[in-house]
Every structure is written in structure tokens, then in C-alpha cells.
Ligand binder design. Sequence first.
Ligand code: SAM
Length: 306
Amino acid sequence: TKENATTKPDFISSVIPGWFSEISPLWPGEAHSLKVEKILFQGRSDYQDILVFQSSTYGKVLVLDGVIQLTERDECAYQEMITHLPLCSIPNPKKVLVIGGGDGGVLREVSRHSSVEQIDHCEIDKMVIDVAKQFFPDVAVGHEDPRVNLHIGDGVAFLKAVPEGTYDAVIVDSSDPIGPAEELFKRPFFELVAKALRPGGVVSTQAESIWLHMHIIEDIVANCREIFKGSVKYAWTTVPTYPSGLMGFMLCSTEGPAVDFKHPVNPIGANQDTCKSKGPLKFYNPEIHTAAFCLPSFAKKVIDSK
Ligand code: SAM
């Protein structure tokens, strides 16, 4: 439902003079703050509040419903890992679906794989794409790749119409389970993803923080273990401007050709599309790929027990 401008959801951060603080019921009692040099855009689409500001130390920042989605300085960590962890784990990915990711960063990373022939993109909010193209050209460059087929709509509805076994890989670059992305964390959605993947196909999803969201993560892991009969692994990376300074990923494969997520079979360096507009990889490499699956004991205990 669309609240009018005066009744913003109570998790909208208070943009106090000089600082933006990220306040949300998803991380009660804590708030990451960034010094604001200038507010560049403030608006509300049919789905969410959209804010762009120039920070003093992380470049430009994109905020949706009061939650930091990306900054120019550290977006590489998230976009490169959520994309290359799955795509470097299977030989010659050809057909890829990206759900969410309106900023275009995941599209930019998928397009580095010269084996990829088709990139279907389903994003619910066209305003995010337009704002990204205006303020984050180095991220939105992914929208320019000729292999990208854009579909504006809900990821759940899109998947319901996808023929069985269509994709080699699905990447779910969603916002958090409050707001339009809520359904992208539930069992029916994961069942639709599994149906859309070929045997031995892979999915990579944004899977929150082991410091803050173990309760969400254990539900996701339990559902994935029941739905995906290949490999089900949890990985994580450091993203300074995400709550608790990190982000996790769920990596799953369907029954079929075995997938060993921990050891890349398709090193990105081997066939990287070196188009200069994308620039070099800033974060991902084969060593950090393998290391991403090493978990601290408190998380390993919960995740391995599901
Ligand atoms: N890629 C960003 C980063 O670097 O951290 C973060 C995530 S991206 C901005 C999240 C995207 O998911 C947003 O563009 C949002 O509009 C989109 N989204 C949320 N719910 C969706 C749904 N049900 N179907 C499709 N896209 C959705």
C-alpha cells in the first residue's frame, strides 16, 4: 500500500543535519551512520522511498525505505561476490536470470562472463533503475549490455511464467524482507526458483547477516535443504556499509551435475569480458571465493544442523 508522504514508515531513518542514520526494526538497538555532504535525490515510487546522497567517505549512497542498498566505495564487494560465487561454480553459464538488482551492478558483473548469451532481468521498481542511471553510471552500466532483457514486475510473478529448466543460474539481488522483497525470502519463491533452473543449475540469494539474522538464515537454510537436492551452502563477505559490516549469500544447486561451490571451475579471469566500461574486478578472486564458505563456529553450528 502506498503511504502518503506525511506518513512514512517508522523505520525511515532520521536524516539529522549532517548525518544519515540507518534505523530499522531489522537491526534493533543499533544504527550505522554516514556523514551527508549533499542530498541528491528524494522520492517515493509505488513501492518504496528512494534517497540518494553524497557521503563524505563512501561516495554516493542509494537508500531504499531507509536502508542503505549500495555505496560507490563498497558496492563491488557485494555485486562481485553474489554474482561470481555462483557463475564461477559452473562451466559455461549461458542463460542467467537476475531478480531485483535495479541498480545494475549484478548485471555489470554477469556481463563479464563471455559464455553468457542471455541475461533476463526482473526488477519491480523502474524508478530504482532510472535513479541508478542518473546517479550511479558506473553501476548502472550493466543495463547497457545487449544480452539484457528487462522485465519490470514482481519476481514471484515472473518466475511463475518461466518454463521449467530454463536457466543455468538465478541471482536474487533483493532488498530486505520488509517491503516489496518480503515474498523473495519465503518457501514458495524458492520452489519457483528450483523449477526455473536446469538440472545442476545454481541460485545465489542475498541472505542477511550471521550477526543479526540467524533466525531468518536458519529458516532459509531449512527450506533450501528441502527444495534444492544438489548442494546447499552459505557464504559471506564483508561490506562495510551493510548492518554488522557483512552480507551473507545462499548458494544452492538443483539435482543433476554435481556443483562444488567451494572450488571455482570457471575462474572469471580466464574468460573475463574486459570491456573497459566495467573496469577491473575490485574484490572477487578465486581465493576469496573459497574462503567465503568458511564460517565462524556459532554460525556453522546452526547452518550445518538444518
Ligand atoms: N544491489 C544492491 C547492492 O549493491 O547492495 C542492493 C539490492 S537492490 C537495490 C534491491 C532491488 O530489489 C531493488 O531495486 C528493489 O526494487 C528490488 N525488489 C524488491 N522486491 C522485489 C520483487 N518482489 N521483485 C523484483 N524486484 C524486487
